[in-house]
Design a protein around this ligand. Structure first.
Ligand SMILES: Nc1ncnc2c1ncn2[C@@H]1O[C@H](COP(=O)(O)OP(=O)(O)O)[C@@H](O)[C@H]1O
Ligand SMILES: O=C(O)C1=C[C@@H](OP(=O)(O)O)[C@@H](O)[C@H](O)C1
Ligand SMILES: [Mg+2]
Length: 173
């Protein structure tokens, strides 16, 4: 059986997967892997270029393949928020690590992101903005979450401490 010795952070864009991933990895002495950077490296293109060239479905396919190939140990992995669209990838990630959902309300995300203009986000046809993405994805994050942590109203430092405490209490690290 594969050793489930990683921590996988899922959640909406702006939930803090990348920011908290590296902070938490330092606290617990794990490595850190931002899967978005791995996609860019393996494709030799920026995320935005992949989305522009291949569309949302094409990007999801590339993301799925890259996530399925992740082979790490004692690593905090931060995939992009769209990872939950890929069933194979989520199956693989849940086999190699504990899936932690960073739960952040729509209001708080709006405050953090100020809209989506500066972020490449997978927006399917017919979607108008963050609220539509939020509504579509929440059931997916909830479906894959082994651990859910409510991060509303926290600073980065508090959120990192909450993440590490929760993982430690659950014996996941
Ligand atoms: N409690 C918090 N936890 C994580 N990030 C926070 C928090 N409060 C504010 N932020 C800010 O929100 C943004 C989160 O972005 P990022 O880590 O890239 O998220 P993701 O990788 O989930 O899209 C950062 O600009 C970060 O400084
Ligand atoms: O949720 C999304 O649709 C996406 C989120 C991004 O990552 P973050 O969740 O780290 O912002 C990145 O993977 C890509 O631009 C698509
Ligand atoms: Mg990120």
């Amino acid at each position: 059986m594969v050793k489930k010795d990683n921590v996988i952070l899922i959640g909406m864009p702006g939930a803090g997967k990348s920011t908290l991933g590296i902070v938490a990895a330092k606290i617990i002495g794990y490595d850190f892997l931002d899967a978005d950077l791995l996609i860019q490296k393996q494709s030799d293109k920026t995320l935005q270029k992949i989305i522009d060239a291949m569309g949302p479905d094409g990007f999801i396919q590339v993301e799925n393949e890259v996530l399925c190939g992740i082979d790490v140990h004692r690593t905090v992995v931060s995939p992009g928020g769209s990872a939950v669209y890929s069933e194979d990838a989520m199956k693989h990630l849940s086999e190699i690590g504990t899936i932690v959902y960073l739960k952040v309300s729509l209001d708080e995300l709006m405050g953090r992101l100020g809209g989506l203009h500066e972020r490449g986000v997978v927006m399917k046809d017919g979607m108008g903005g963050l609220a539509d993405i939020y509504e579509e994805r929440i059931p997916l994050y909830e479906k894959y979450a082994e651990v859910t942590i409510d991060m509303d109203g926290t600073t980065v430092r508090e959120a990192a401490a909450k993440l590490v405490d929760t993982l430690s209490m659950r014996g996941a690290i």
